[in-house]
Design a protein around this ligand. Structure first.
Ligand code: ASP
Length: 332
């Protein structure tokens, strides 16, 4: 018998139509989830007091999920987090880094259409999430969506129309669900040490800056120079290239000098930052930007948030950012 805890935080899956459009409908989802009861699976559902459209997610919501998982960690074999799709990849990234020493499955899922809709994708998604949450060898945070199980720290929302809403462009799925589940155990992460979940700071200012031609580089630089900023993800061009704009480079230096970090990732959906592939990658690196390899923007932001919350700064922060911690980046 597997015991699973389902945490319901909001999202389309439990929404109903209102005059303004879809909105969460308290009390609805737990009743619908009763249909998933079967021999061999025992689950409890906790509906959060504040059900949200996940576009409203904030660090305090992440802390609530972390606290709920931490409190009941010993009582269950696995966990399912029902979440809106808009920011599911951010939450998956945050949980992947914040749940240190995780040795049980934590599987996020949701739906593109509410469960009450006759064509909802939510039934498959929840069924697959529950199945993955019963896998004792799965020691990581994952997203179950449209018959795929994806590493949480690699996943991205890629589609707002089709049911294949998520992908992990730089990493193989952890499983594919067909008539049988096809577990890709060769890529699953090993458990590491003792479970030590970390709460997040709720006061951090981390910018995600998408470089663009024209004034984009200078604007990004000015934001980084602002002392209120704790860190930045810089989405540069191609394999990590940027113009040698003095305002941009001064911003990187200023933010790095005050103990923060600039994490350089690529705007391209696939592939990695590779310093030295082009001469145009050198100025950013020399100014102190940390090369983020093939980190997704969501995982980059999550990694910065969790490491800054743990009190890291300066060279220690840069060193942790540059190496894979939870399978989030390919080592080159
Ligand atoms: N706006 C919704 C949310 O993220 C979208 C969804 O769940 O599919 O909560």
């Amino acid at each position: 018998m597997s015991r699973v805890l389902v945490l319901y935080t909001g999202g389309t899956i439990g929404m109903t139509e209102t005059p303004d459009g879809l909105a969460p409908s308290p009390g609805l989802l737990p009743g619908l989830l009763e249909r998933f009861r079967r021999p061999g699976l025992d689950f409890d559902v906790v509906e959060f007091d504040e059900l949200i459209d996940s576009s409203a997610i904030e660090p305090r919501h992440w802390n609530r999920i972390i606290a709920a998982l931490a409190e009941r960690y010993g009582d269950y074999d696995g966990f399912v987090v029902i979440h809106g799709t808009d920011t599911m990849a951010y939450t998956a990234g945050v949980l992947a880094f914040a749940l240190r020493g995780l040795a049980k499955p934590v599987v996020l899922t949701g739906a593109q259409l509410p469960l009450l809709h006759p064509r909802s994708d939510g039934w498959n998604n929840v069924a697959d999430a529950l199945e993955a949450a019963c896998q004792p060898a799965l020691h990581e945070v994952a997203i179950a969506f449209d018959r795929l199980l994806l590493r949480g720290s690699r996943a991205r929302k890629l589609d707002v129309e089709h049911f294949a809403g998520f992908g992990s462009p730089n990493a193989e799925p952890l499983a594919r669900f067909a008539i049988h589940p096809h577990w890709n155990k060769a890529v699953w992460l090993p458990g590491q040490g003792e479970f030590q979940p970390k709460a997040l700071r709720e006061d951090l200012s981390i910018a995600c800056l998408f470089l663009s031609p024209g004034q984009g580089a200078a604007l990004a630089g000015r934001l980084m120079a602002d002392p209120a900023l704790d860190a930045a993800v810089l989405m540069s061009y191609g394999s990590g290239n940027a113009p040698a704009d003095p305002a941009l480079l001064n911003g990187v230096k200023a933010l790095t000098a005050r103990g923060g970090a600039v994490l350089n990732i690529t705007q391209a959906p696939r592939g990695a930052v590779e310093v030295g592939a082009y001469a145009a990658s050198q100025p950013l690196a020399r100014a102190g930007a940390v090369a983020g390899a093939d980190l997704t923007p969501e995982a980059a932001l999550a990694k910065l948030h969790v490491l800054l919350s743990a009190g890291l700064s300066g060279p220690q922060l840069a060193a942790q950012l540059a190496r894979p911690l939870r399978g989030e980046m390919s080592a080159h």
